[in-house]
Design a protein around this ligand. Structure first.
Ligand SMILES: [Zn+2]
Ligand SMILES: [Zn+2]
Length: 410
């Protein structure tokens, strides 16, 4: 990280930048950060003050901000103390904007990456991997074989200029099914050509990635083999994965799986981000238990991978309303006419800020979303740039409140 000093730019103050982007910190956080830069003692003192303020102020935005402030304070103090040997770079999680489809890139450090889904056939992950020959792909999980999740895998493997270590894929349904057969043939060919080192069946329970510290892991929670074999519909058996820190679930990738299964396998009160399910329209959304399941999962933020031009009416208003009712905030990658019929320009265009390629179609609602996990020993704080968290997607927030008032009609 490169400290560039305080500079007033409107409401925000820039204090530091990494190799990817500028990190902007709101004015009301400046005191804490400046203290941390000059004195670790003052920083610890300030941490106490922050936790006192946290106890007295429970508004979600305030809590979110304090978490981030403390996260950055820890990160900066780490660099200035003897703990340098145990410090490690933050794990960066990027929920990419690939149009109608899912793709997450997890970066444990500058060169290693792990992917959960790769998006549709024209996904921007393909051009990205073609241009970055210094990367080492430790693994790719395909949560199921629908084109919006796995469509780009063949092009991705072709475009990568190095062998991909592991590909996890789901045996969902009949192996004679055309889509399944095509995917399997591609992977088999890539394996025989040495472009993929290992192909592994995705199945719960399974650990697909572990951080060198051993405190962070990505696990498969669903489906187990019996559910997997018995299913008739790929979405019913789509893989559900969690990122756990010291055994606690912090991020859930639900793919297109039923909400009931997600709640059964991942309920808890530590979840910060839930991705999906099913592009904001879970298949069992009309079940009377849906709101309870959302409450059981208790995610603070729901990331929805959705394309502006999807033909499926995603995301569904009933789902946004239920998520909002249990206190979850919504972040969509793209804006759809269901959220705002009138807007035809990007709301927040984060692609350039993160130097990530953008998809060929769609209007960015948030575009790609980047989250950082800051680790010290076995503790973790989740952070992301303040511009992502305040305000959240204006259109989503407005839409949710409109939904709550019943004024959105479609
Ligand atoms: Zn699907
Ligand atoms: Zn899908």
């Amino acid at each position: 990280m490169r400290v560039i000093g305080a500079q007033k730019t409107g409401r925000r103050v820039d204090i530091a930048a990494d190799q990817h982007c500028r990190i902007k910190i709101a004015d009301d956080g400046l005191v804490a950060f400046r203290q941390s830069l000059v004195s670790p003692d003052r920083l610890r003192e300030n941490g106490k003050h922050q936790s006192q303020r946290k106890r007295t102020n429970q508004s979600p935005e305030r809590f979110e901000f304090l978490i981030h402030g403390f996260a950055f304070a820890c990160f900066i103090s780490l660099r200035n103390t003897e703990d340098r040997r145990t410090a490690r770079p933050p794990i960066i999680i990027e929920f990419w904007d690939v149009g109608q489809g899912d793709a997450t890139v997890i970066r444990p450090d500058r060169t290693r990456v792990f992917l959960i889904d790769v998006g549709p056939r024209n996904s921007p992950v393909v051009q990205w991997i073609a241009k970055n020959s210094n990367l080492k792909v430790e693994g790719i999980v395909l949560t199921h074989n629908d084109a919006d999740h796995a469509g780009a895998i063949s092009a991705f493997v072709e475009a990568a200029k190095f062998p991909i270590q592991r590909v996890y894929f789901l045996v969902d349904g009949n192996p004679k099914n055309e889509r399944f057969a095509a995917l399997f043939t591609h992977l088999d060919r890539a394996y025989k050509a040495g472009r993929v080192t290992q192909i592994i069946r995705l199945e719960a329970p399974q650990v697909v990635w572990v951080d060198p510290t051993g405190s962070v892991e990505i696990c498969v929670r669903y489906p187990a083999v019996l559910t997997n074999v018995a299913t008739q519909n790929p979405n019913q058996t789509a893989g559900v994965l969690t990122l756990n820190v010291s055994g606690k679930v912090r991020v859930i990738w639900t793919s297109d799986a039923p909400l009931e299964q997600v709640a059964a396998k991942c309920c808890g009160r530590n979840t910060e981000y839930m991705v999906g399910p099913h592009h904001g329209a879970p298949t069992d959304r009309r079940n009377p238990g849906a709101e309870r399941w959302l409450a059981d999962i208790g995610a603070r933020t729901n990331v929805i991978f959705v394309g502006s031009k999807n033909g499926y009416d995603h995301p569904q208003k009933s789902c946004l309303r239920k998520a909002a009712a249990v206190g979850t905030r919504i972040l969509c990658t793209q804006l759809t006419p269901l959220c705002d019929k009138t807007r035809s320009t990007d709301v927040v265009k984060a692609h350039a800020r993160y130097a990530l390629p953008q998809p060929n179609t769609g209007i960015a609602c948030r575009g790609p979303i980047r989250v950082m996990l800051l680790l010290r020993m076995k503790s973790l704080v989740t952070s992301s740039t303040s511009s992502i968290n305040k305000p959240f997607c204006r259109c989503s927030v407005r839409s949710v409140s409109d939904f709550n008032r019943g004024t959105v009609d479609y």
